[in-house]
Write a protein that binds this ligand. Structure first.
Ligand code: FES
Ligand code: FES
Length: 211
């Protein structure tokens, strides 16, 4: 087996052979996305290898005051608990999804002070006073232009990756209201969709642009 889940349900790749197998699995998908070959390298996985070592250190329970979707939240957690698990397990915000656990797939994307961020790769102790926004907090009446465009283009298939796709697209349009194709591809390329909804995502982002 090329990996295992640790007690925080992070996917741990600790051996070079594990990483090689993952590269073999992911490479066709990266090729389809026309990503640069350097996107897949041992170095790309290295932070997770360090993370797996960190897991064996003893962490300590602590209280954290964080702001999620405009609300102050008080949570008890180990200091190295990924924000993703705090959102899902402590706060019941299940819209943010776990995919790879190593900051590669984008399914766990949230906004950190308005910037797209992989919540699987951020510890609760690193959140500080930042404003965290999840898919549940993107708009009060589910009328965000990106959500409307996603509906209009009927983007999701299985839907698993879509919260991350939407959060990435929303951050892009907040920063660049009328992106060209290259800017959309550059912003969205690292959000993986196993169902291959990329063409619909491109169309939906264009529809949402400028609204
Ligand atoms: S689960 Fe965080 S990037 Fe894949
Ligand atoms: S819609 Fe199924 S993984 Fe993207």
């Amino acid at each position: 087996m090329c990996g295992w889940f640790d007690e925080k349900r992070r996917w741990v790749c600790g051996e070079p052979t594990d990483v090689f197998l993952w590269m073999t699995f992911l490479k066709p998908q990266f090729s389809a996305l026309k990503l640069p070959a350097t996107s897949l390298s041992y170095g790309h996985f290295h932070p997770e290898i360090k993370l797996s070592k960190k897991h064996f250190n003893h962490s300590t329970m602590a209280t954290f005051n964080i702001t999620v979707n405009g609300k102050k939240q008080r949570v008890e957690a180990d200091s190295d608990t990924p924000l993703l698990w705090v959102l899902r397990d402590n706060l019941g915000l299940y819209g943010t999804k776990y995919g790879c656990g190593i900051a590669e797939c984008g399914s766990c994307t949230i906004h950190y002070n308005g910037n797209p961020m992989r919540s699987c790769a951020m510890s609760i102790s690193d959140v500080g006073e930042a404003a965290i926004t999840t898919i549940e907090g993107l708009s009060e009446n589910i009328n965000h232009p990106v959500l409307q465009a996603w509906r209009e283009h009927d983007v999701p298939q299985c839907g698993y990756c879509q919260a991350g796709q939407i959060m990435t697209a929303a951050a892009l349009l907040a920063e660049t209201p009328n992106p060209d194709d290259e800017e959309i591809e550059a912003a969205m390329y690292s959000n993986i969709c196993r169902c291959g909804t990329y063409n619909k995502i491109m169309a939906a982002v264009k529809t949402a642009a400028g609204k």
